[in-house]
Design a binder for this molecule. Structure first.
Ligand code: HEC
Length: 101
């Protein structure tokens, strides 16, 4: 029973620190600049050739955005929208987008 209680405490602490590190509500606000290409729910848009990103893993979204910002992945369409965003912005965006269905 003690072990279980300890595990629960650790789990709660880990979840709490993750919630602090990524702010999905802030990400939802930032995401407003993305919807014209990726759609209101991240479903993607054929006319923009913008892929579906809803429900994608958060780590994948962050690493993609970092690669676009460094121009390791070349995306002239999207670049102006992300060039001024920080790693924290990327994390918050990822927290929001990964929860979209
Ligand atoms: C002007 C249109 C446009 C806007 C605005 C835009 N994107 Fe994109 N995005 C694209 C296109 C086109 C691609 C695919 C090109 C590529 O992968 O090289 C893409 C690719 C991506 C990918 C990679 C998907 C994958 O499967 O690898 C992510 C993540 C992403 N966008 C997130 C965002 C976020 C977050 C925003 C808002 C800050 C945003 N995009 C704004 C057009 C846009």
């Amino acid at each position: 029973m003690k072990v279980f209680a300890l595990l629960m405490t650790v789990t709660v602490l880990v979840l709490a620190s993750r919630a602090e590190a990524q702010d999905a509500a802030r990400g939802a606000t930032l995401f407003k600049t993305c919807v014209e290409c990726h759609g209101q729910n991240g479903e993607g848009m054929a006319s923009q050739e913008a892929p579906r990103i809803a429900g994608q893993y958060d780590w994948y979204i962050v690493s993609s955005l970092q690669a676009f910002k460094k121009k390791e992945r070349n995306n002239p369409k999207m670049y102006p929208f992300i060039e001024k965003l920080s790693d924290q912005d990327f994390k918050d965006l990822a927290a929001h987008v990964s929860r979209l269905k």
